[in-house]
Design a protein around this ligand. Structure first.
Ligand code: ADP
Ligand code: MG
Length: 421
């Protein structure tokens, strides 16, 4: 009986993961902590209901769903699961109900403490961490069981030998957790892969559309620009002069946007050269000074050290301009935007630091996704282009930010020639 009940429990523990595998990517609400808590809570309750009852105790795997829901669904999901276990345990009653409450609470506290830390891990490391965390409630449970068996001195005849059963029980609990986690990680991986495929598809379509439209629009735009410039040579003063300037500025903006799109359709690095990063940064700051001084913003780019990189200068300039422009746009009036350049383990590291409006963790997640913008006249292309370029250079771009405090964008670039892609 003991073994049958435990194996049944393993199946019950795996059930929510199987439900996720089957329906997870079809129903958006599956990610909600309420649904996770409820689903795993049902699993925990079923474990209790189909548990092996001996020595006034319920032998079951109710902690496995509890640990997993807390780890993967967050504290709220865990709490719902916890409440459901309490309710079921109360309903079942029995002599050792107080022991039950204590062990459930202890088993809940441990994963609760680690939930945030483990949430940041991925893949195998997360599985290992979850198993470690689940071992702790297992040990608590085992200690309770052992003390109970000793206290009771086995008055009633059992169909198993207590100590061996307890060890076996711990083992099955760990295996249950491992199986459940591994399957859950598979699900996550699949979801990420799906998202990536969709992103690649989106980029491809955008590239194709951009290439054709940009060329078509550029020509008439150049013609209009030419005529406007001709007109501005004859109209020196008056309202029309101001209107003309507006028209020319807007055409320049349209051109800049088209350039961003074109960058998408041809992200290839073509013109490799060796150049000083410090010089490039100096160049860019003077290029952006008109934009910055409009808001009274100053650049602080103490980059005396000469660091040379071998890559496509034009593309790198485009990426840096996009990032620095964002820093300027996020800053308050009269603020300072810092640009630092350093050599770090064979990598050139550029930091763009602003004390502007900052971003929430959610916004950081979305930055760099195509068309994501919070600005009224933004395109949501700037950072996407920058990310694409830096990635093509085998570099890395990382955003750290805090809402209301500011943002640090760190770009690391390899020093040597990278001619793949
Ligand atoms: P756009 O500048 O056209 O909005 P981007 O791709 O350049 O598009 O930026 C996307 C969004 O990321 C911005 O709308 C802004 O909300 C956010 N962002 C980028 N850089 C910063 C920064 N330094 N500080 C705060 N928010 C930023
Ligand atoms: Mg931008």
């Amino acid at each position: 009986m003991f073994l049958e009940k435990l194996f049944l429990n393993v199946l019950i523990v795996l059930a929510p993961v199987l439900v996720y595998t089957a329906f997870g990517d079809r129903w958006q609400h599956f990610k909600s902590p309420y649904v996770i808590g409820l689903l795993y809570g049902i699993s925990s309750s079923l474990c209790l209901i189909f548990s092996y009852y001996a020595l006034d105790l319920y032998w079951d795997l109710r902690y496995v769903p509890l640990v997993i829901s807390t780890m993967y669904g967050g504290p709220l999901a865990g709490f719902i699961n916890y409440l459901m276990i309490l309710a079921t345990r109360t309903y079942l009653g029995g002599n050792a109900i107080l022991f039950g409450y204590i062990s459930i609470t202890l088993a809940f506290l441990v994963p609760l403490l680690f939930a945030k830390k483990i949430g940041r891990l991925t893949g195998r490391r997360r599985i290992r961490a979850v198993i470690l965390v689940s071992v702790i409630p297992s040990i608590v449970m085992l200690l309770i069981l052992i003390s109970f068996t000793l206290l009771k001195q086995v008055e009633k005849p059992l169909d198993f030998e207590p100590i061996r059963a307890i060890l076996f029980f711990g083992l099955i609990q760990t295996i249950g957790t491992w199986l459940s986690c591994t399957l859950q990680e598979f699900n996550f991986e699949r979801a990420i892969m799906k998202e990536e495929i969709q992103r690649a598809e989106k980029l491809k379509i955008l590239g194709e559309v951009a290439a054709s439209i940009a060329h078509e629009i550029r020509n008439p735009l150049t013609v209009v620009q030419g005529f406007l410039q001709l007109m501005s040579a004859t109209i020196v003063e008056g309202k029309n002069r101001i209107f003309l300037q507006f028209a020319l500025d807007e055409i320049a903006r349209a051109e800049a946007i088209i350039n961003d799109y074109l960058n998408f359709s041809k992200p290839k690095l073509t013109k490799y050269e060796k150049f000083s990063l410090s010089d490039l940064i100096e160049n860019i700051t003077s290029l952006l000074t008109p934009l910055a001084s409009y808001k009274g913003i100053q650049f602080d780019s103490g980059v005396e050290e000469q660091i040379y990189v071998h890559t496509d200068r034009g593309q790198l300039q485009q990426a840096l301009v996009n990032v620095i422009k964002n820093a300027v746009e996020a800053s308050m009036e009269k603020a300072v935007v810092q640009i630092k350049l350093e050599l770090k383990d064979d990598q050139a590291e550029i930091k763009i630091i602003d004390k502007g409006k900052g971003m929430t963790p959610d916004e950081i997640q979305r930055i760099g996704t195509l068309f994501y913008t919070t600005k009224e006249s933004g395109t949501g292309l700037g950072t996407s282009v920058a990310v694409r370029i830096i990635e093509a250079m085998k570099g890395r771009i990382i955003y750290e930010s805090e809402k209301g405090i500011g943002t640090v964008c760190t770009i690391s670039l390899p020093l040597e020639l990278q001619n793949s892609l």
